[in-house]
Ligand binder design. Structure first.
Ligand SMILES: Cc1cc2nc3c(=O)[nH]c(=O)nc-3n(C[C@H](O)[C@H](O)[C@H](O)COP(=O)(O)OP(=O)(O)OC[C@H]3O[C@@H](n4cnc5c(N)ncnc54)[C@H](O)[C@@H]3O)c2cc1C
Ligand code: FES
Length: 500
């Protein structure tokens, strides 16, 4: 966000029609819109914020086919052929981004780099031993084992080398896609919140200003589907992930992608890359994930990332950037891309990216445009949102028990006994009679109170002090400090309420 200059279009201000209406102008929505526009479809994109204002603005933009849940796990879940198709689709996605960048002459610093998967402290060698042959069986025959990654400051120990990965500037890439969509006759409307999305005959999306786009097909690319109440949200879980950007001398670390590989991907997983600026580089390190809305220690997590970074990269100087965002973790490791289960045949979704949203978003563009024009695609079944992965039943049960446990928050006391305890710039949930209220005191001392009951399925939101948002611990809906929805599956704001 600090190194790009995103543009926005005007909001939708009339009723109109298109072949395809795409809701969401992140990488999934814009790639889909671009590929369909190139095929001559009349495309309209609606986004309630600016282009790329969702998670695509917050990504660390590794473009990788080293799937973060490991190929041996994908084999367990989908068999050898499934793991092979997953590897093939992510490889194809990197190639597709590269060809779009070349064809559209998008200046987005796309660069092929090597990737290295190493073990964290006390990591299990078995992870690498199992992953190497599994990656080969999945078709990534160029993956090899090295004694360490090619870094002077940090001995990673044994690692797997994944060639032909890539990195790019995601916002500059999106701006290039947006320009190409417009050139092909597509239209993009920002500041246009899709309030109502209906499939079937007369499929349409209606914005909160009351204007309607009627379309033959609707693509909901809102990171997590805002049109699906339950089905998909029982199959994926929201995780908050943290990132720091440390200033380093130019050229002090070669451009590469690095990931550590704990046995359980949520135990201290780190992802690292270098961004080159004019007079220095930035070392971008992410990790410290936790289930959204269930931990409240963002500042400590950034602190831990900094400590981890300084131990391994002593050239790290000032921390210029700290941010966080949310990734949707599917219980069976792969995104959900295709027809929305239980909906009309002409409503499509792309969600469940895990930490692989740059490639999953590009796969979504290719797969959804094939489905919409009626072309066969070998990845259809693998990414089908209606799939039932029997081998993931245990994870499914665990995630949903975790969600069920969050509903007890309806009965517990508030975070503070009285709103007088809420300091400036802070938010707390307070009890008001039988209900709960999300109270935020702004920097002028004025108290703003909205219902703390999430407008998706009624969990109680919690205060995220790192980003100053209200986050729902159940399925990851997020609201700004004044209660406006910024992340689904909720699609309505938290309503203002008075305290009893
Ligand atoms: C910190 C972080 C690091 C990451 N690192 C990587 C990485 O290195 N590599 C990788 O591959 N992936 C990574 N990811 C994941 C990746 O960034 C995301 O999966 C991806 O950007 C999601 O793209 P999207 O298009 O699906 O959603 P988004 O980019 O979130 O776009 C969705 C859009 O929908 C709009 N919207 C939502 N609701 C409505 C509505 N009702 N009406 C209108 N518009 C609406 C939003 O405003 C938003 O612009 C990372 C994510 C985070 C948070
Ligand atoms: S996100 Fe589902 S209840 Fe809040």
């Amino acid at each position: 966000m600090a190194t790009s200059n995103p543009t926005s279009s005007d909001p939708l201000a009339e009723n109109t029609a298109a072949n395809v209406c795409v809701v969401g102008a992140g990488i999934a929505g814009l790639t889909t819109a671009y590929l369909l526009a190139r095929e001559g479809k009349r495309v309209i994109v609606l986004d309630d914020g600016p282009i790329g204002g969702g998670m695509t603005a917050r990504t660390t933009a590794h473009l990788s086919n080293a799937l973060d849940d490991r190929f041996y796990e994908l084999e367990r879940l989908f068999g050898e052929e499934g793991a092979r198709l997953a590897a093939q689709s992510h490889t194809a996605a990197i190639d597709r981004v590269e060809s779009i960048v070349r064809e559209e002459k998008i200046e987005c610093e796309f660069e092929r780099v090597d990737g290295y998967l190493f073990l964290p402290t006390n990591g299990k060698m078995k992870v690498l031993e199992d992953e190497l042959p599994a990656a080969h069986r999945a078709g990534l025959t160029g993956v090899r084992r090295l004694d360490r990654a090619p870094l002077d400051s940090f001995d990673t120990g044994p690692c797997l080398h994944f060639p032909q990965q890539a990195q790019f500037h995601p916002m500059k890439y999106l701006m290039g896609l947006a320009q190409a969509i417009r050139r092909e006759g597509g239209r993009i409307f920002n500041g246009s919140h899709a309030d109502e999305i209906e499939g079937g005959d007369g499929a349409h999306a209606t914005t909160s200003s009351g204007y309607t786009v009627t379309a033959d097909s609707i693509v909901v690319a809102t990171n997590t589907p805002v049109n699906d109440r339950i089905a998909i949200h029982t199959k994926q879980a929201p995780y908050t992930t943290y990132v720091i950007g440390a200033r380093i001398p130019k050229g002090s670390i070669p451009a590469m992608l690095l990931w550590d590989a704990p046995e359980d991907p949520y135990e201290g997983y780190h992802y690292i890359r270098i961004e080159s600026l004019d007079d220095h580089d930035v070392l971008i390190v992410g990790g410290e994930d936790h289930k959204t809305g269930q931990q409240h220690d963002g500042a400590q997590r950034w602190g831990k990332l900094e400590q981890w970074t300084r131990t391994r990269f002593p050239m790290a100087g000032e921390i210029d950037f700290r941010w966080s965002g949310q990734v949707m973790e599917p219980i069976d490791c792969l995104a959900f891309i295709g027809r929305n289960p239980g909906d009309a045949d002409n409503v499509f979704i792309a969600t469940g990216d895990s930490g692989m949203g740059m490639t999953h978003g590009t796969i979504a563009g290719v797969l959804l445009s094939d489905l919409i024009v009626g072309r066969a695609n070998p990845w259809t079944e693998l990414y089908d949102p209606a799939r039932k992965t029997l081998a993931a039943t245990k994870d499914f049960a665990q995630e949903n028990l975790n969600v069920a446990a969050q509903y007890t928050d309806l009965l517990t006391p508030g975070d503070v006994d009285s709103v007088d305890e809420i300091r400036k710039g802070q938010g707390c949930v307070v009890r008001s009679g039988l209900s709960k209220v999300a109270a935020y005191r702004d920097e002028d001392g004025t108290l703003h109170t909205v219902s703390a009951v999430c407008t998706h399925l009624g969990c109680i939101v919690t205060w995220n002090s790192a980003e100053k948002t209200w986050d729902c611990p159940c399925h990851g809906s997020r609201f700004d400090k004044l209660g406006s929805v910024i992340n689904g599956p909720a699609n309505k704001d938290l309503p203002p309420v008075d305290l009893d």
